[in-house]
Design a protein around this ligand. Sequence first.
Ligand SMILES: C[S@@+](CC[C@H](N)C(=O)[O-])C[C@H]1O[C@@H](n2cnc3c(N)ncnc32)[C@H](O)[C@@H]1O
Length: 309
Amino acid sequence: MTDLWDALRGGLLTRALGLAADHDVARALADGPRSVDELAAQSGADPGTLYRILRALASDGIFEEVEPRVFANTETSALLTEDGWDDFAHLFGSSWLGAITALDASGEASFPRVHGDEFWSWLKAHPEERAAFDRAMAQGWQRRLERVEGVGWRGDETVVDVGGGNGSFLLHFLELHPEMRGIVFDLPETVRDESEFGDRCVFVEGSFFESVPRGDVHVLGTIIHDWDDESALRILRTIRASAGERLVLIEAVIQPGNEPQGAKWLDLLMLVISAGRERSEEQWRELLADSGWEPVLFRENGVIEARPC
Ligand SMILES: C[S@@+](CC[C@H](N)C(=O)[O-])C[C@H]1O[C@@H](n2cnc3c(N)ncnc32)[C@H](O)[C@@H]1O
């Protein structure tokens, strides 16, 4: 019974977290506990309302009321002081949550219906949201680096990070591989600092529905899950046609049965945002075969390697 209640009020948790991020509460608590009146004065919130938001979050272990109306960070809320997590909380608590509430069982993405535009065009038209999205994506570079550790690199390849965002993954990857070169390929509006790219990495702008730069290895980190099968096939065929020699997908492989798996929920977010989906091993094999790729390795951590067939 308690579990069902906790699940039912999930939208309130998402919104409360988004508000805490938008009012910068975690950063205001970085040096120690503060009263809700101070927090409210600093962020322009109504003190009584901010108190109710933080009290609810604290009941889930996000912030802690250490004295009456005085709050401190917990390990979880402290994550919101980092670029990326606060951006995720903002996106989830605002534009994504708005679209989530409009999800229906038609198989159509609800984001364009609610916000009047496809997700990527909407981001282009809202540069601050685009910047927040790029920071949110960049936040996961370390985990992605760990996930590709098992991939066998020759050591002198040019790696094309297709849909590589602001380049955070590839730049850190190249630090570990001093003989390799990199190309970050993404839409022009991606918010990035090319002065950080150094002399072994460049940014190339374009669309993966048209062409992608040539390279020895094309890496796609959580790209294909953004798209339905038809668009996913177009992307994979474009890479194949651009003389792609080797594909490394950093994705998720949906496991059968009832085991908890974050990707089973991420799948619904992809549906909401862009009619994308997470895929089972069987679905990945079919998609790759239909686009001219032969999978050579499925790793448990969702890294899939493929070669042209
Ligand atoms: C989910 S993000 C993944 C970013 C990064 N690879 C990562 O793992 O964090 C998807 C990326 O695909 C890019 N993208 C969307 N449509 C694109 C297109 N038509 N051509 C190139 N990149 C595109 C977006 O700009 C975004 O950076």
